[in-house]
Ligand binder design. Sequence first.
Ligand code: ADP
Ligand code: MG
Length: 175
Amino acid sequence: MSCKDIIRREMIEKRKMLDLKNGEDFVKNIRNTSCYKNAKTVMLYMPIKGEADVTGLLSDDKVFLTPVTEGEDMSACLVGDVTEGAFGVMEPIEKEAFDKDKIDLVIVPGVAFDKAFNRMGFGKGYYDRFLKDMRAIKIGVCHLFQIVDHIPCEKHDVKMDMIVTERDVWTRESI
Ligand code: ADP
Ligand code: MG
């Protein structure tokens, strides 16, 4: 098992043990960022397996998109009415792919992040492929315990511009 796999497994196990009903602190921290305030079109994820719940944002006055996966591909569709899709993730019933270039901000889930803005996902690379070459600002969201010292990264891994936990907002100087 690689070093990446060991961190991934430990974090997924830890997170499953949490009883997470409420993502209010995450929502509040995201709402306070200028990149969220300025964004018109925002992509967010529907939480599974103890991921921070940021769906409270959906009451804001913005265009909201959420991922739909098909095979190895991921696209962004308007949220609308949702139903359970691949991997047990809620996804829109109406699946019309939205133009990726029009997305201002992507709120990205992760199994772990480090303070160099590296991200680790479930190990399937969906977000790495989706975010590649996108102009959107990328906010990684996770619980504080999911921040690790160092994530071993590969060339295809896409870095975040910002990381939000229930306590903190870390921003790369580039924004
Ligand atoms: P995760 O980001 O979900 O933690 P990894 O970064 O380990 O997962 O990526 C899993 C796999 O996804 C990689 O081994 C690679 O084969 C594939 N992958 C990721 N990004 C790309 C890409 N841009 N182009 C082609 N394959 C990719
Ligand atoms: Mg990756």
